[in-house]
Design a binder for this molecule. Structure first.
Ligand SMILES: [Zn+2]
Length: 346
């Protein structure tokens, strides 16, 4: 059996946050737990609670400051005490991931309300939480609704939006990894899911100048691409269409660098190098990232050259079972250094 869970309601646009009460009513929820961070509570968390209160939907609030497994446990307790029917993640990566996993573990519904658009987890069924055995995402639950207020996202620091573009653009290499895994390793491959991820990457590259304007209207291209990427993962039943060698490079950096850059920033830089290995148009990927103002070098990631080389050599080892171009062409220090320098990353 191949089961596909998708959000029932997706709202994208300026001011759609004000429709959250209607979304809850439509889905039949009367008690909610709002999972949000110390900063995002001011940006949107409090506002969400007021909107719900005005419409007689009771809500408690759980503040999260990290995405550790213990925090997920605390939020699960809070959800139980509040007798919440739905967990509403309001914020960036941490609040969304913690709410999503806590919802999955308690069998409650999850609504995603991102305040930044820095990665494709905002609408996916996967969560990235620290304190588990693996440094990459685990299966949680698909949001029953996604409410993306483009006004709030356009007002967030642009760095997050540029990172989200990096997470989408890298699908060009991630899909190529998937194809390779199918051809050379016999992995399952879904052409429809692959196409959805790939077209998102192409559209964001084509819309780079528009997205850079960073208005509530122009950021929608990115938001819709992120939804498409999430949908592709739900259809594929795994992160495979969206996560290949560029992601392994980013996961490796997260393991060895004290202060890693944003996930999407690292994936974008990874995509430049992996595209060269794949024989794709790596210069086109780099040019799109530059137009978006996203990092394309070690210096702009604020990561030392040495760590870039080390991450390249250890990336495949982070997830050996995921066949990628790095399985086919393993990198040693010399070849990793050559790749990073030929692509201008170091
Ligand atoms: Zn990603």
């Amino acid at each position: 059996m191949h089961r596909i869970d998708l959000p029932r309601i997706v709202l994208v646009g300026k001011g759609v946050l004000n429709s959250l009460d209607g979304v809850c009513h439509e889905l039949g929820y009367h008690k909610a737990l709002i999972v949000t961070g110390n900063n995002t509570v001011k940006v949107a968390g409090e506002h969400v609670q007021n909107i719900l209160a005005d419409d007689h939907i009771a809500s408690d609030r759980s503040i999260v400051e990290d995405a550790q497994l213990e925090t997920v446990g605390r939020v699960m307790d809070d959800a139980g005490k509040a007798q919440a029917e739905v967990l509403i993640g309001v914020g960036g990566g941490r609040s969304i991931d913690v709410a999503k996993l806590a919802a999955a573990k308690t069998g409650k519904a999850f609504i995603s309300v991102p305040t930044v658009a820095s990665h494709d987890g905002i609408a996916s069924n996967l969560a990235s939480v620290k304190g588990m055995e693996r440094p990459y995402t685990v299966k949680a639950v698909s949001p029953v609704a996604v409410v993306m207020d483009s006004g709030i996202i356009a007002a967030s620091p642009y760095r997050f939006t540029a990172a989200g573009c990096g997470d989408v653009i890298c699908k060009a290499t991630e899909v190529e990894d998937w194809k390779l895994a199918h051809l050379e390793n016999g992995d399952y491959y879904g052409a429809y899911a692959a196409s959805l991820a790939l077209i998102s990457s192409q559209l964001v590259m084509e819309s780079a100048d528009k997205i850079k304007q960073n208005t509530a209207d122009t950021v929608r291209d990115l938001l819709e691409a992120l939804i498409s990427c999430s949908t592709s993962m739900s259809i594929a039943g795994s992160s495979r269409p969206c996560s290949g060698s560029a992601h392994l490079f980013s996961h490796a950096l997260d393991l060895i660098v004290d202060k890693p850059a944003l996930h999407g920033e690292q994936c974008g830089v990874g995509a430049i190098m992996m595209a060269k290995l794949h024989g794709l148009d790596w210069e086109g990927i780099r040019a799109s990232l530059e137009r978006l103002g996203a990092p394309t070098t070690a210096a702009s990631l604020r990561i030392k050259n040495d760590k870039i080389i080390e991450a390249l050599t250890m990336a495949q080892g982070v997830r050996p079972d995921r066949y990628t171009i790095l399985t086919k062409f393993p990198l040693d220090r010399a070849s990793a250094e050559a790749l990073a320098s030929e692509t201008g990353v170091i």
